[in-house]
Design a protein around this ligand. Structure first.
Ligand code: PGA
Length: 253
């Protein structure tokens, strides 16, 4: 049985004050952490502060960076390394988000080096994959996503794969208000799990959490979570509204 995971991706929306407000609101709500895992991904400036606030209150919320350098250290102006992320106390990094792929030209090869480096240095990884609208319409969505999985996880050993969560986010559904139907999303999630089984065997495939992302809201999370292979959500816009985010976390109640 996979424990549901609801992760908020705050993207580049909040300054430190607003990140602080948001995390404090989240911490003030009673959540049954035995039945759901929760995480947040603040911007780099707010990362250490948000993590400290969570740690001080001793609440088991995971904290993720939204990106990471593929280099370990050195003259890489503007980059943030895995060690720097770890030094904030964050435990996870989101890699390969479609905004990184599309806007900043991140290739599958670059994404794979980031994934391997993050795992080697002790961060958990949320690896994002997803097709664009033309690929969905052309019927090549599954092929594209499985390619991204194969590339993203290339040379990721069996002993590190348990620290990987996959996030399937159809690009056409991100921030657009359109969501994949639960049936379409389930079809993709099942295909991803089958691919994981081919790569790592059924035990790993059954344990790995596969999140759905793309306009997840309080009114669609319930139907998505009913599907066998949907294990949680990566939530952008709705995670900025504490009421909505709590409703998503409490999808079961
Ligand atoms: P959205 O973003 O929920 O605003 O569509 C999801 C994501 O990009 O992770």
């Amino acid at each position: 049985m996979r424990k549901p995971l609801i992760f908020g991706n705050w993207k580049m929306n909040l300054d430190m004050k607003h990140s602080d407000d948001l995390v404090r609101s989240l911490l003030s709500v009673k959540i049954d952490y035995r039945s759901v895992d929760v995480g947040v991904a603040p911007d780099f400036c707010s990362l250490a502060m948000v993590r400290k606030t969570i740690k001080d209150m001793n609440i088991p919320i995971s904290v993720a960076a939204q990106n990471m350098s593929d280099q370990e250290k050195g003259a890489f102006t503007g980059e943030v390394s895995a060690d720097m992320i770890l030094s904030t106390g964050a435990d996870t990094v989101i890699i390969g988000h479609s905004e990184r792929r599309a806007i900043y030209g991140e290739s599958d090869v670059l994404i794979n080096s980031k994934v391997r480096l993050a795992l080697r240095l002790g961060l958990s990884v949320i690896l994002c994959v997803g097709e664009v609208l033309e690929e969905r319409e052309a019927g090549t969505a599954v092929e594209k996503v499985l390619y991204q999985i194969g590339m993203g996880l290339r040379n990721v050993d069996m002993d590190r794969i348990q620290d990987v969560v996959i996030a399937y986010e159809p690009v056409w559904a991100i921030g657009t208000g359109k969501t994949a139907t639960p049936v379409d999303a389930e079809e993709m999630h099942a295909a991803i799990r089958k691919q994981l089984s081919k790569l790592y065997g059924p035990v790993v495939a059954n344990k790995t959490r596969i999140l759905y992302g793309g306009s997840v809201k309080p009114d669609n999370i319930g139907a998505l979570m009913l599907r066998e292979n949907i294990d949680g959500a990566l939530v952008g816009g709705a995670s900025l509204n504490i009421g909505d985010f709590i409703k998503i976390i409490n999808f079961n109640n």
